[in-house]
Design a protein around this ligand. Structure first.
Ligand code: GAL
Length: 402
């Protein structure tokens, strides 16, 4: 860690960026990473806040050097990681790499257990700003806390700020210890796949399954500025052709629909989740780009209070969720069903501070604004989600009495 920067200051808001795994899986090359960095700039995603470019699994050569240092694969990353970091930094972006708290990565490459100091120094020398640290390989009998603390200590000892992304899949309740071992984000679920719902025998969780899982976990208290619960990277824009979909044994027959993409993004923003785009940016549609750069949704994700949204009311078709914001709250009305449905809510059942008697409502998707005495409602498309930013009109009175 660079002089005097506390861990929590490295991620005051949920980190945002792009990660190679969902788009390219194990076929990733340095050409893909350069193209993604260029595309982040050209599409306006960087200027919307997506600043990290993270190379996930499969960047390493099969063997380390004689001192146990990781080597970049000479075929797929011939320029090496320092040069790639420079390329990314030259575009005013930050650079991330991946390793695992075990003997090997999930795809069988060399990883960092027992070599944390050497690898953290390497990352710092290369100019790395972010480490995603997975849970695969032989753990040599060590528990998660000890394995993740070893890398947290190693990162704290180097003279560079490196955001520490703990990818432990939620197996040992990382929301309870992630911050204490130096993490700024910790995965709370299995891998998200580009599908609405997965069957039990399929790999990964669909988007609706992840929301259900987070609701069950009931861990909002773990999250605050500086440390974030991570429901996995975004699948917005993905379908059967994306890298991870081809790689994993999940039966994916069609891309996520526009409504599914919007609900996916709405929930990640409502949760205050890290936002790592996982689609191929060289082939991104206007619709998907508009979702990912929606300023109203991003402001909900990045709100300075840093709270996690919570469910207010759930039934098989209609769900109401809300997230307290610094000047009010965001309310999501989710239609889980297959037909257009009216979803109603009242501010009294949500996180909206209710001392006022009138509220302004901003529709996060359309930008339309109106006033309400408390009723909120929308006709919501199948699998879609209406998102309202609700602000008490006399907010200073509301905040002093709530
Ligand atoms: C999984 C991890 C994914 C991805 C993959 C790479 O364990 O959850 O996000 O990093 O490994 O092999």
């Amino acid at each position: 860690m660079a002089d005097g920067v506390p861990n929590s200051a490295l991620a005051p808001a949920p980190p945002m960026g792009w990660n190679s795994w969902n788009a390219h899986s194990c076929a990733v090359t340095e050409t893909d990473i350069r193209a993604a960095a260029d595309a982040l700039v050209e599409t306006g995603l960087r200027d919307a806040g997506y600043e990290y470019v993270v190379v996930d699994d499969c960047w390493m050569a099969e063997e380390t050097d004689d001192d146990g240092r990781l080597r970049a694969d000479p075929e797929t990353f011939p320029s090496g990681m320092a040069a790639l970091a420079d390329y990314v930094h030259d575009r005013a972006l930050k650079f991330g790499l991946y390793s695992s708290a075990g003997s090997h990565t999930c795809q069988g490459y060399q990883a960092s257990l027992g070599r944390e100091r050497v690898h953290a120094e390497q990352l710092a020398d290369w100019g790395v700003d972010f480490l995603k640290y997975d849970n695969c390989g032989d753990h040599r009998g060590r528990d998660a806390v000890s394995r993740y603390a070893a890398m947290g200590d190693a990162l704290a000892a180097v003279d560079r700020d490196i955001v520490y992304s703990i990818c432990e899949w939620g197996e040992s309740d990382p929301w309870e210890w992630g911050r204490n071992v130096g993490g700024q984000l910790w995965r709370v679920t299995d891998d998200a796949v580009a599908k609405w719902h997965t069957d039990r025998d399929e790999f990964g969780l669909g988007i609706a399954d992840i929301v259900d899982r987070v609701a069950e976990l009931d861990i909002p208290a773990a999250q605050a500025p500086g440390g974030w619960s991570d429901p996995d990277m975004l699948q917005v824009g993905n379908g059967p052709e994306s890298g991870q979909s081809r790689h994993e044994p999940t039966d994916i027959r069609r891309p996520l629909t526009a409504a599914e993409n919007r609900t996916h993004f709405a929930f990640w923003c409502l949760l205050g989740a890290p936002l790592f785009v996982g689609t191929d940016l060289t082939d991104i549609s206007r619709t998907v780009l508009d979702i990912l750069t929606n300023e109203h949704l991003l402001a909900i994700d990045q709100d300075p209070l840093g709270l996690q949204g919570t469910p207010d009311r759930r039934d098989p078709t209609r769900e109401v969720w809300s997230k307290r914001l610094h000047d009010g709250a965001a309310v999501a009305l989710w239609n889980r069903g297959e037909d257009p449905t009216d979803v109603h809510a009242h501010v009294d059942e949500t996180s909206v501070p209710t001392a006022g008697d009138r509220y302004s409502v901003l529709d996060g998707w359309t930008g339309e604004q109106w006033e309400t005495l408390g009723e909120l409602s929308a006709t919501v498309e199948p699998r879609g989600t209406a998102v309202f930013r609700v602000t008490p009109l006399d907010y200073s009175a509301a905040s002093s009495t709530s």
